[in-house]
Ligand binder design. Sequence first.
Ligand code: GUN
Length: 282
Amino acid sequence: MLIYGKEVAATTLEKITSMTKDFEGKYKRKPTLAVIIVGDDPASQTYVRNKINGCKQVGFNSLSYEYPNGTAQDEIIQRIKSLADDDTVDGILVQLPLPKGYDEEKILANIPDSKDVDGFNASNIGYLCLGRPHTVSCTPLGVMHMLESTGVQLSGKNAVVLGRSNTVGKPMAMLLLNANCTVTVCHSKTQNLAEFTKKADILVVAIGRPKFVTADMVKDGAIVIDVGINRVDGKLCGDVDFDSVAPKTSYISPVPGGVGPMTISMLLYNTLMSAIARENER
Ligand code: GUN
């Protein structure tokens, strides 16, 4: 069976839209997300456009700052600092990856915890590791919602995460661990990879390598979530060789239409939660 992120996201988006109306009625302002993009990577531009459109759809304000590659790092940091001080801004997002030469860590460190709607900063990752999540990275959080939408009990399952990025693999592993899965994280240096993936009841793949996971690497009846978005000959495909793998699985997410739409709805959710928390702290 297919897990369409778009369908799972639709329920969340409806809830966010209705809660946003309540928020506006109560606080006489709209939740506001500020998005910063540096350079002209076409994939990043598409993601940012989708995020801005998502804001419109649920009734948020959005602010968009586009900088050409080569803009001084300090100028970007100054922008973040001024957004951090701006009381009308609830979330600040810097689209990643930044072009070569920028110090991602140094730039992101200027986003205050209360506005870190990507959940990328050290304190939000730390709380997640402690099992007391505050703001959780959007893509892994979206994957959890997709897994929960199957109704399959996660507790006690063998979960294998393929990929160890700070943005997806690591927080994904923590979320699955917090859900009482037995979690294995595999990566580019893992030896005999298929031996691990074949044991996975739940396999989450986020490595950015087109159609890397093939049928021989997957257990019969597994749930497979494909986080990859790759472009091959102008066509989008995931990290999983969908056609060969799908018949072996109980549930699988397609690309496109799988994880992508979930990421945006979780970002909007995080932004609304940040707006509510900030109002409650006034
Ligand atoms: N690039 C790819 N995914 C993401 C994400 O979730 N947030 C940001 N800021 N950049 C990304």
